[in-house]
Design a protein around this ligand. Structure first.
Ligand SMILES: Nc1ncnc2c1ncn2[C@@H]1O[C@H](COP(=O)(O)OP(=O)(O)OP(=O)(O)O)[C@@H](O)[C@H]1O
Length: 427
């Protein structure tokens, strides 16, 4: 006998807490670099480069990393504000079942796409830029309701009042302009607008970074309360680890366009396995469980995302790098770029591959000088060990590095993964 399923039960069962709401798979966003009169493409900034992670219903995922690591680009791709270069963003619009190709946001039917747009909202750090200064609060918060034909006239005003009350504001604020509010109040207005269509996911891009500490705490508490009441999921983008620890169920660490570690927030804070995550935590020693833990220092600046380092992208700054972490010709070029005298005398680099090259200098002396530098403690020991052949012929120096494999995320149990040769061995 055929059993009929109640469509409401079907929707309810397709929206269980903990179910995957959004899935990012192998996402890349590369921005072309244009040059010359003809503005031809001379390279690409690899802002997001093969990133995968999930967000479950009702949970907060914290996305952390230094400025420029790709957090904003990734969150804009998730929110549908930017087209990825490749890869997939899947979103559960209540179709039922596990996420599949039909749930790709770039392949959704018109109706499904409209549901996705309603269900994913964004709150930005700069609320001055995101709130139209010429609009009254009633228009700003009511706009999504009007655009989606949800309410008009007196009903719309009452819905806006309800939303304002949910974020700690009220009817008295309806007919004021954004500049008449403090930064914290403006963020409450942005949150009320994001709530208007009753979304499942809000992408919060540094929502408290511009606020005073006491106001930050109020906004974080508000976001926590709203999450409980409405069963919201958050993608919380921030460079502030104390915020992540307070808010996130799971934490994703990004470095130069890649995820280097992710896992339950408590595990990440207690037992980070990637040296980059450890360095970020050490930069905030007050957050570390063990106040006596050594503070890792990071050398150098973030490399150019247009030519990220090979294998582990962090190897050029890593305090525990090994010869197998991806040393290559570009590491010598970076070294030369940081030494004016040597760099001035470099006349050319002919590469046989990313691992082998001949460096030509103007003088034999300059070639010998580089040879000495490469043998000295001015380069990391791991890089010295990774150099297989090194000879000087006149003003030319030949180098070759040992090859190393791509270092992907390694499973460490209980949803914890880290992309490091030491993962599972670092304490
Ligand atoms: N439209 C664009 N065109 C070219 N490059 C871009 C563009 N947007 C971002 N980038 C570059 O992509 C990289 C990642 O930028 P993104 O803003 O995503 O990083 P972020 O981690 O959010 O940093 P921040 O916290 O400073 O915003 C940076 O090198 C940035 O310069």
């Amino acid at each position: 006998m055929m059993t009929m399923q109640n469509p409401m039960t079907e929707i309810a069962t397709s929206k269980k807490a903990g179910d995957t709401l959004l899935s990012v798979r192998n996402l890349k966003k590369h921005f072309p670099i244009k040059d010359g009169v003809l503005q031809s493409t001379v390279g690409h900034v690899k802002a997001v480069d093969d990133v995968s992670f999930d967000i479950r219903r009702g949970e907060t995922v914290g996305l952390v990393g230094e400025s420029g690591c790709g957090k904003t680009t990734l969150s804009q791709c998730v929110a549908g504000l930017m087209e990825p270069t490749s890869g997939e963003v899947l979103f559960d619009t209540g179709r039922g079942g596990t996420l599949g190709p039909e749930d790709r946001i770039d392949r959704m039917s018109g109706k499904q796409k409209a549901k996705y747009r309603r269900n994913v909202q964004m709150v930005f750090q700069d609320n001055f830029a995101s709130l139209n200064p010429r609009n009254l609060v009633v228009d700003i918060v009511g706009r999504p309701l009007r655009v989606h034909g949800e309410a008009s006239g007196g009903l719309l005003t009452e819905r806006v009042v309800e939303l304002l009350e949910q974020v700690g504001l009220g009817r008295q604020h309806l007919y004021r302009y954004p500049h008449q509010f403090s930064g914290g109040q403006r963020q409450r207005i942005s949150i009320a607008r994001a709530l208007a269509l009753d979304p499942d996911l809000i992408v919060l891009d540094e929502p408290t970074s511009a606020l005073d500490v006491s106001v930050q705490a109020q906004i974080l508490n508000l976001l926590g309360d709203l999450q409980q009441q409405r069963h919201l999921a958050y993608l919380f983008v921030t460079h502030d680890l104390s915020v992540v620890r307070h808010m996130a169920d799971r934490t994703v660490t990004m470095y130069l366009g890649r995820v280097v570690e992710h896992g339950p927030t408590e595990t990440i804070f207690r037992d980070a396995q990637h040296p980059y995550t450890k360095a970020l935590l050490a930069a905030k020693p007050d957050l570390d469980d063990d106040p006596d833990a050594p503070i890792a220092t990071l050398e150098g600046t973030i490399p150019d995302p247009a030519r990220p380092p090979k294998a582990c992208r962090f190897h050029t700054r890593c305090p525990v790098a090994t010869p197998d972490c991806g040393w290559e010709v570009d590491d010598i070029v970076r070294l030369l770029e940081s030494d004016d005298t040597l760099f001035e005398r470099l006349s050319g680099v002919s590469r046989k591959s990313e691992l082998e090259a001949e460096l030509a200098f103007e003088t034999e002396e300059a070639a010998c000088k580089l040879w000495e530098v490469l043998r000295s403690d001015r380069v990391p020991e791991a890089m010295r060990e990774a150099t297989e052949i090194l000879d000087v012929k006149g003003s030319k120096l030949n180098v070759r590095f040992r090859d190393s494999d791509e270092i992907g995320l390694r499973a460490l149990g209980s949803g914890h993964e880290a992309a490091c040769v030491h993962a599972g061995r670092l304490s």
